[in-house]
Design a binder for this molecule. Structure first.
Ligand SMILES: *Cc1c(COP(=O)(O)O)cnc(C)c1O
Length: 413
């Protein structure tokens, strides 16, 4: 069920074979290619002896034998697949990615402790920390540093956890994960990381010292914009805390959604390659447009974290952002409303391309040239790359055709 011991992050290609077999054979003697969907509440015991034996199993490990909330064989198939991909001790599923983020944090901090959260973490997680964690008496501090010295300078005697997301949400800052984790462990501090952008294929957080790695499986793992699902994988040290807390909260996920997650895994490698290739081509094209102040993709040489990214990651996925030079509302409207292949909408990781206007965090690494301009997050889907670039080209042309006097003049720098 758990890990093999290869330390190096694997490239997408080398995981291709693994993806076709993960999670198989968790249950019946009939070896279906696809682990069957098992729904259920009650699992009957044959005898009093068997009942007692199964009840005994419950205390020592994740109980899976006697009640549906503790997982069915479909749960076990999905969790074992993610654990294997992440080279983790075990993995646990959640009804959403956000639930995985919040419960991972809750499992390692207590009232009176201090938790450090990256300034660039997914914003609903920030809201949870600012509201719920603070209400529970946990001191929350957000930090913009990406290097180990900078983060370690914030450690206190009561710091219990460091929460990372790399690349950061929205502007894609790259954290020096391995060195941050090493410094945290010297002080007995837990290290958590949201790895949704890269997935287990492009980055292996646990191999870099992270204790709990989190993914929203609603994104690339599901891959088809049709399920909400989360997963957290961990090393053996973190297992007891994570598993006991999650079980007490009653967290579980639908076997149907878990099946969608397993199905998505089979094609994750080929999909990620396509998403990444198109995203990089689009990012390079966008960098050449005069209306664009900056493109935020760690795959670009212009990105401040590019060298570190190349050392740590196996490649880019499909999500990046760019910032327009300050322009008029009419021109922005022309841009968004002309797009036909790109939809306007939240989420990402599905087969369809999306754009959405968002606001960058004030401490982001954006250059001054980008201040005041509208940020656009882009997800490159599985459409033909040329069609995506042409769609952008038409939108930029439409924008240029709007003769309105800009409400704000671009700052030159
Ligand atoms: C979408 C997302 C989540 C939350 O996932 P849901 O499945 O929508 O709850 C968490 N982290 C990141 C980085 C995300 O993009």
């Amino acid at each position: 069920m758990s890990s093999s011991s290869h330390g190096a992050p694997s490239r997408v290609g080398s995981a291709a074979t693994q993806l076709t077999r993960l999670g198989r054979g968790q249950e019946s003697s009939l070896l279906y290619v696809n682990p069957p969907v098992v729904r259920g509440t009650t699992v009957l015991a044959d005898s009093l002896a068997q009942w007692r034996q199964r009840a005994g199993l419950r205390s020592s490990d994740k109980p899976q034998a006697n009640y549906g909330r503790f997982g069915t064989p479909t749960t076990a198939a999905f969790e074992s697949a993610i654990a294997e991909l992440d080279q983790a001790y075990r993995a646990l599923c959640f009804p959403s990615g956000l639930a995985a983020c919040t419960h991972a944090l809750l499992s390692v901090c207590s009232p009176g402790t201090h938790v450090l959260i990256s300034e660039f973490a997914y914003w609903p997680l920030r809201e949870f920390a600012e509201n719920t964690l603070r209400r529970l008496g946990i001191e929350v501090e957000f930090f913009p540093e990406l290097d180990a010295d900078g983060v370690a300078a914030r450690f206190r005697s009561d710091t219990c956890a460091v929460y990372l997301e790399s690349p950061g949400s929205i502007t894609f800052e790259i954290s020096d994960v391995g060195h941050i984790a090493a410094r945290a462990h010297e002080r007995g501090i837990w290290v958590l990381m949201d790895n949704t952008w890269a997935t287990s294929l492009l980055f292996k957080p646990l191999a870099h010292g992270v204790d709990i790695a989190i993914q929203s499986a609603s994104k690339y793992i599901g891959g088809h914009s049709d399920c909400i699902l989360g997963v957290a994988s961990c090393n053996q040290n973190a297992w007891e805390l994570l598993a006991s807390s999650v079980t007490r909260f009653g967290q579980t996920a639908s076997p149907d959604d878990l099946y969608q997650g397993l199905r998505g895994l089979r094609t994750l490698g080929v999909r990620l390659r396509e998403h990444g290739d198109s995203a990089l081509a689009l990012a390079i094209w966008l960098e050449q447009q005069p209306e664009v102040a900056v493109v935020c993709s760690p795959g670009l040489a212009s990105h401040p974290g590019h060298a570190l990214f190349n050392r740590l990651f196996g490649g880019v996925s499909g999500l990046f952002s760019f910032v327009f030079r300050p322009t008029s509302e009419q021109r922005l409207t022309a841009f968004f409303d002309t797009l036909r292949v790109f939809g306007i909408g939240l989420s990402w990781g599905g087969y369809e391309s999306l754009v959405v206007p968002l606001a960058a965090r004030p401490d982001s690494e954006l250059p001054r040239a980008a201040s005041g301009g509208q940020l656009v997050r882009v997800h490159a889907g599985l459409e033909c790359t040329d069609d995506l670039i042409q769609d952008m080209e038409r939108a930029f042309t439409a924008m240029r055709g709007v003769s309105a006097v800009p409400e704000k003049i671009a700052q030159s720098s």
